[in-house]
Design a protein around this ligand. Structure first.
Ligand code: RUQ
Ligand code: CUA
Length: 657
């Protein structure tokens, strides 16, 4: 197929609309070639060759054993958009049943999406800078961001109590700068960010599920430890990666465990005994070929009780400048870490809602490994081999990445290369592994295209309810109007409440949400008026005390040398101050406290000519620091439509020579 033909979405749509096997086949073909081309483009001959063998029809023979075809289950045909059923639509004025928390990938943010309407409700800036709210530019957020301008959020998870969400916090990773952020779920704002020492590429994170507790964070990139430019620079065999525990309440880093391989995704069990990390580079290689060399890699199981005991007893060291206690668990299995062998380059690890099984997705193996968590203790004590913890390994398709659950014993695995969601039965997979003649594969459904994460309503809790599944597809290709070089991604909504999966919605997203969790709406208790608690308010209260000011009442200028703090109130449609004076070159902080007590009555503060813009919610306080420019008159104004006289809500900064 010529390239231009392959890229013409109309061409393939025509074929598909005629329906029938051949057309499904041809669409599948086209899709597969698309991926193959992409991967071959990496330029690594070995990888290209291997994945082409797995994904192109002509050369399917060598990989035949590994293809989903052996299961005898056919992929269901693609749903044409015109035939999309009304499931999932929520009428105007009606509310969604679920909050979805989406990571925002390279945007560095977190998004809140209503499910099943898939309406985007909010973007919460976290590691990024946001012109609308002033996040990343106001005084509190610049302090906790520590000078960074970007982030890469992959995984959002909520705090737990008793195996289900308690509605208090969400946690999200930053892969780029090895950080963990916390969002409060009463205000839907980020309130804390912590740097993880000796870590790089913080990827998988997961809070403890019996009660959060700890939030466990995986380093995906191995480093010399310490990474000080002197230690082991030329000897990567000595490098390691950190499994870091952060206290979800205080956001302090509690301890780190060092292992030899890299760590990708993370999960915790339901009892607080273990945390898990998949390792796709147990080889410790530095390049692609090397990372893919071994037929098996491992799932690390961390024994949290033994680790905490050793930390409490001070049987730890430190690495580099960090004071955080470290256990060096590189090399052999020990009381701290067990290595459970699983096929080639695993990616996701997900706990099923019963808490019995951790499902490890193969990525370069067409299998999922089912790890029986109840056997892990015996493996730690040496009564059984670590590999004996694996009680099933069903073939689910090419490139399995992540698994979600419906609470009815079924697993839904996202299959990247095949672009399908495979629904399979965990119990049947175990039975088949024990020699029974059963096929665990229930259904495969096409998704469009190259699905990364998948997640289902309440899937990461004991209350998984089996209503909705999201397939976060990395490519939308021909599904939407062409918008130039970068296409949207496609977050597809699938109804899993019935016998068959039903695709109900195509959701274009700005790149690149990696993962989402879907939370019953009654679990969250958002507030409408700023609670004036937490570290942001502590900062303002401290400043106000220093300056003898009542934030909620006073309109006053406080000067210390060249540093000027302007305390100002706002009450629709006016600021408490019409005019203030500063000198050119002064460092100015305008601290606005919003006196309005009406739900959603937000004001903001924009200082013209000074690149200053921020949001002040009802009863909130916010501020930004800037340098007063050249002498002259500068209007400041309220940028949020707050009142019929909103345009009149303005005042002047007089800058004197
Ligand atoms: S990862 S597509 Cu960053 Cu969650 Cu698997
Ligand atoms: Cu206040 Cu517009």
């Amino acid at each position: 197929m010529a390239d231009n033909e392959q890229n013409d979405p109309n061409k393939i749509d025509d074929e598909t609309l005629k329906t029938g096997e051949a057309t499904t086949e041809s669409k599948t073909m086209q899709r597969r070639q698309f991926v193959t081309r992409g991967i071959a483009g990496i330029g690594a001959g070995f990888v290209g060759a291997q994945l082409i063998a797995c994904s192109s029809k002509e050369e399917a023979a060598p990989a035949a054993k590994a293809t989903p075809k052996t299961s005898g289950t056919k992929a269901t045909p693609a749903h044409a958009p015109a035939h999309a059923p009304a499931h999932g639509s929520v009428a105007p004025g009606q509310l969604d049943d679920y909050y979805g928390f989406w990571s925002g990938g390279q945007s560095g943010e977190v998004r809140v999406v209503g499910v099943p309407s898939m309406r985007e409700l909010k973007r919460i800036p976290v590691f990024n800078r946001d012109s609308a709210s002033g996040w990343g530019r106001d005084d509190y957020s610049t302090k906790i961001l520590g000078g960074t301008n970007s982030g890469d959020t992959h995984h959002v998870h909520l705090s737990y109590d008793g195996g289900t969400y308690d509605g208090r916090y969400a946690y999200v990773n930053d892969k780029a700068s090895a950080r963990l952020a916390r969002l409060r779920l009463d205000t839907f704002e980020c309130d804390a960010i912590v740097d993880l020492p000796n870590a790089a590429g913080t990827h998988g994170i997961f809070p403890q599920r019996h009660k959060t507790g700890l939030v466990l964070c995986n380093s995906e990139f191995r480093l010399p430890l310490p990474n000080d430019g002197k230690t082991d620079m030329d000897d990567p065999s000595k490098w390691g990666a950190m499994h870091t525990a952060v206290d979800g309440e205080t956001m302090e880093v509690k301890w780190q465990v060092m292992v030899e391989g890299n760590m990708d995704l993370c999960a915790t069990d339901y009892t607080g005994l273990y945390s898990f990390a998949t390792c796709y580079n147990s080889e410790g290689a530095l390049n692609l070929e090397g990372m893919m060399a071994a037929d098996r890699d491992v799932l690390y199981a961390f024994n949290l009780a033994n680790i905490e005991k050793a930390v409490a007893a001070g049987k730890t060291t430190t690495v580099g400048d960090s004071k955080v206690p470290v256990i060096d668990a590189r090399g052999e299995n020990s009381e701290f870490v067990l290595r459970i062998p699983v096929p080639k380059s695993p990616h996701g690890v997900n706990m099923d809602p019963t808490g019995k099984y951790a499902i490890v997705s193969g990525k370069l193996s067409p299998t999922c490994s089912v790890v029986d968590v109840s056997k892990i203790a015996a493996a730690f004590s040496g009564e059984i081999k670590p590999r004996d913890c694996v009680v099933a390994e069903p073939e689910v398709g090419l490139g399995p990445l992540h698994t979600a659950f419906d609470g009815r014993g079924n697993a839904y695995t996202s299959i990247f290369i095949d672009s399908v969601i495979t629904k399979w039965s965990i119990n049947k997979a175990i039975a088949a592994h024990n020699g029974e003649k059963v096929d665990p594969i229930i259904e495969k459904m096409d998704v469009h295209y190259q699905v990364g994460h998948t997640n289902a309503s309440m899937s990461e809790t004991k209350d998984a309810d089996g209503k909705w599944l999201i397939a976060l597809c990395k490519f939308s290709k021909d599904r939407f109007l062409n918008v130039g070089l970068l296409h949207p991604e496609n977050d597809q909504l699938i109804d899993i409440s019935g016998e068959k999966m039903k695709l109900t919605h195509d959701g274009p997203t700005y790149p690149e949400p990696h993962d989402c969790v879907i939370v019953k709406r009654d679990i969250l208790k958002p507030v409408q008026i700023s609670p004036r608690t937490g570290p942001r308010f502590d900062m303002y209260e401290k400043w106000a005390r220093e300056d003898g000011v009542d934030l909620q009442k006073d309109n006053v200028v406080k000067r210390k040398g060249k540093n000027v703090r302007v305390y100002m109130t706002s009450l629709a449609p006016a600021f408490g101050m019409q005019e203030f004076k500063v000198k050119a070159g002064d460092t100015v902080q305008v601290i606005v406290s919003n006196q309005d007590k009406v739900e959603d009555l937000s004001h903001g503060f924009n200082m013209t000519g000074h690149d200053v813009n921020y949001l002040v919610n009802a009863q909130g306080t916010n501020s930004m620091t800037f340098t007063a420019g050249k002498p002259g008159v500068y209007w400041f104004y309220c940028p949020w439509f707050c009142h019929a006289l909103h345009l009149e809500m303005r005042g002047r900064m007089i800058v004197e020579a």
